[in-house]
Every structure is written in C-alpha cells, then in structure tokens.
Write a protein that binds this ligand. Structure first.
Ligand code: AMP
Ligand code: MG
Length: 422
C-alpha cells in the first residue's frame, strides 16, 4: 500500500509525515485493499435475518400461482354486465381461499368468491359484494364494471424466473417472507465476520476496578462492543492492553490469529509515547492515515497476518466517528454486502454552529420534525472529541463540508441520521 496517491494534500504538523486524506478517499482505499469474504453457509430462513445473501434468488414459480380475488364479491364475465347491466346473473357456486370452484363460469352465470379465492375458469372480473343485490340464486349488479377489476393476476407479486433477491443484499424481514413465498426453507448467506478488539493505554481501567488519580475507565471497549453487536458480527473482546511492547505484541498476534478483523483504540495519535505505532509499522503492512475530519483524524489501517487491521483514535468521539465513517463500511463490505453511500437528509439548523478550519466536521445533532412538518436539527452543545455525552444525546451527525464556515440559525445543513448508520 502507498500513502502518496493523488487527491491528498500535504498536512504539515500532523506527524507520521502522513498527508491528509478525505474520508471518501479513505473508504475507497479500504474497499480496494480488502477482499470480501467468500465463505457461504446455508441457514434456515428464520436464522438468516440481517445476514448477507451469497447468491441471486430466482423465483421458480409465479406468486400468486393463480389469478385470485382481491375482494369478497362475485366472479363473473364482465361482458355479461356490459351487454345488459339490469339482467341478473345466476349464482352457480362458491370459491373460497383454499377451496376453488371446480366448474366453469358460463355466460349469464356468477360464482360467490372470497378474498384470495382462485378466480374460476371462464370468469374475468370480480364485483365487490357491496355492489350487488341477491335473491335466492339470482344476483343483480349496480353501476359500471371494468374487465379484470378486483382480480389479482398470477405472478403479480413474483413472476416465475425473475430475480427476486440479489447477492450482496442484507436480508430484511420482508425478504424472509419472500423466500417463504417461493417455498424456500433454507438460504445461502455469507459467514459472519469475527472481530477482535482491545483498548490501549496505561490510564485505562475496566469497570468494576477502583480508579487511582489520573486513571479513567475504558469506555471505548463498550461503545465498540455496542457498534459491533449492532452489525451482528462475532465479537472477541480482548480487554485493555498496557502501553508495553511485549503486551501489545502478544495481544496483536493473538487477535490476528483468531479474527478476520482486529480493531484497537488509542495509541495511534501523534506525539504519544505509545508503542503501537512503532510495533505496527515494524510489521510492514500498516499505513497511518490522517483523515481530514473532525473529530477523528488519525487512523491506522492495514493487515496483520491474515486479518484486516484498524487502529482507531483513543478519544471516545473520534473513535466512534472514525468507526462509523470508515470501519463500519469496511466491515459491511467484508461481509459481502455491496457498498452504499451514507444515507443523508437536509434539515434546517435550529442552533448556530461554529466551524473553524478546513476539515469536514461530524458535529453531533438532534434531528426532529418541527411543528410545520419539516426536519429541524440542533446541536448537542460542546463538541470536544472527548465529550462522549455529545454522542449519547445525538441521533444524527451534522456533516459540515470542508469549505463550510460557521452556520447561522435557520440555514440548511446535511445530516446523517444514526438510524441509517447503526
Ligand atoms: P490516545 O489515542 O491513546 O492518545 O488517547 C487519546 C485520548 O483518548 C486520551 O485522553 C485517552 O485517555 C483517551 N482514551 C484512549 N483510549 C480510551 C478508552 N478506551 N476509553 C476512554 N478514553 C480513552
Ligand atoms: Mg493512549
């Protein structure tokens, strides 16, 4: 891998001598460097929710298999009503869902039919029951009726031979229903990724341990756990690793042997006496990127043995923003899902925003529907990269472009809702 591709501008004073790179470029490079995993397993369809489909699915049948009624009413030949709308038709039988009428509807005849009942041979139209008057086996119809009204044609949902689901799509509840509609009990999906992660830092303690002066609890491991859990990957939490060469080497080796992806947080920023930078660089397949976003910025990316490696910044908000913007798309890609641009909407900004400098900012916002029905977003307040509360209170990122300056009250801004992200 090289750090000198086009599209990057030199960024003085950022250490690692790394030029600054846009987040879109970072995503592109990650996709280019990674190979989506190919392993496939067959699962009962109920167990396949949220899994990535490994094959295209074609429908072997028409669904519905036969024309049927969309209403409770009477099946008939529309031509009979068009010929003489005041003449009654004779009722010759009934067609219920699952109990077809075996005969044929001839001229001057009709059949009682219920929703889902198979349209009898000879009939082409269903008139809803609210539009008829019955006396014994004679039925009168009011008004005009269109040929084919209230008839659901065979194959209107799924046509035989059509591709109904595509390889690389993540299965949603409706998709499980679709597979059931074609009678398929099992489906081929990609294997789950195994993701190992740990935190680095001598100042970090696990919850439940007492804090001494200068120590903090490790929060990144919990946010990471949550973000990974949402993605449905297999999680290997390797705890906190001290800023110590031997401990880090051991943790990295163990993680890369047991997982498809290794994620660390902390120890990748400039000027730190952390060893992780040095250790990874010595392994030769890692790059240190300075991503032109705030918060965020430093990200290590590369290979550790057979595993992909991401070294996130230690600051809690930076770690989350970098995860969502670069690592999550990469994990989704590795699982075999086709990459998609982040879901964005525009909203009126209901609080002024400060923006200095030329980095793209991911400010934390609260998106809501205003009284007039339009979308409105306001800031969660202080935006420091260590203020995790700003993520906890937010339900979206307010994305401020590189060239954008301060935002005044009432201006329109671009928003990435968390709902589309997690
Ligand atoms: P680093 O990237 O290791 O230089 O850490 C940057 C900042 O993030 C420091 O203030 C660290 O104490 C803090 N930090 C690093 N890792 C964690 C973590 N796992 N949980 C909470 N804060 C962290
Ligand atoms: Mg550290």
């Amino acid at each position: 891998m090289s750090t000198t591709a086009g599209g990057m501008e030199s960024h003085k004073g950022c250490g690692h001598d790394a030029p600054s790179m846009s987040v879109d470029e970072a995503r592109r490079r990650v996709y280019a460097a990674l190979q989506p995993q190919q392993l496939v397993l067959r699962l009962p369809i109920r167990d396949a929710l949220d899994r990535v489909l490994a094959v295209d699915i074609r429908s072997p049948i028409d669904v519905p298999g036969h024309a049927n009624s969309a209403m409770d009413g009477y099946a008939l030949r529309a031509g009979d009503l068009q010929a003489n709308r005041s003449a009654p038709l004779s009722l010759i039988g009934k067609a219920l869902a699952g109990h077809p009428f075996e005969g044929e509807v001839g001229a001057g005849e009709c059949v009682r039919i219920m929703t889902g009942g198979m349209l009898p041979a000879g009939a082409d139209t269903v008139v809803m029951q609210e539009r008829v008057r019955c006396e014994a086996d004679r039925v009168w119809f009011d008004g005009d009726h269109r040929v084919g009204e209230n008839v659901r044609p065979a194959g209107e949902d799924l046509a035989k031979g059509a591709t109904i689901l595509h390889r690389g799509q993540r299965l949603m509840p409706a998709d499980l229903g679709l597979l059931a509609e074609i009678g398929q009990a099992e489906v081929a999906v990609h294997r789950r990724l195994r993701v190992a992660f740990f935190s680095t830092g001598d100042e970090l303690r696990g919850v439940g341990e007492p804090l001494r002066p200068g120590q903090i609890y490790d929060s990144n491991r919990y946010t990471l756990h949550g973000m990974l859990q949402r993605l449905g990957v297999e999680i290997l939490d390797l705890g906190v690793v001290r800023d110590d060469r031997a401990a880090l080497t051991q943790a990295l080796d163990g993680a890369s042997e047991s997982a498809d992806v290794v994620i660390t947080s902390g120890g990748v920023s400039v000027g730190e006496a952390d060893y992780i930078t040095e250790l990874l660089a010595a392994r030769g397949a890692i790059e240190f990127w300075t991503i032109n976003i705030k918060p965020g910025r430093p990200l290590a990316f590369g290979r550790l043995g057979d595993a992909a490696f991401f070294g996130l910044p230690g600051n809690p908000v930076s770690a989350m923003v970098t995860f969502y913007q670069v690592v999550q798309p990469a994990l989704i890609y590795l699982e075999g899902e086709a990459p998609a641009a982040p879901m964005r909407v525009t909203a009126r900004c209901a609080s002024p925003l400060r923006k200095n400098g030329r980095r793209r900012e991911y400010q934390r916002g609260i998106l809501a529907t205003a009284a007039d029905g339009t979308l409105e977003v306001r800031s969660t307040g202080a935006q420091g990269s260590g203020i995790l509360r700003s993520m906890s209170e937010a339900n979206c990122f307010i994305v401020l472009a590189e060239e954008c300056g301060d935002v005044a009250n009432g201006e329109w801004v671009t928003v990435e809702p968390f709902a589309g992200l997690i």
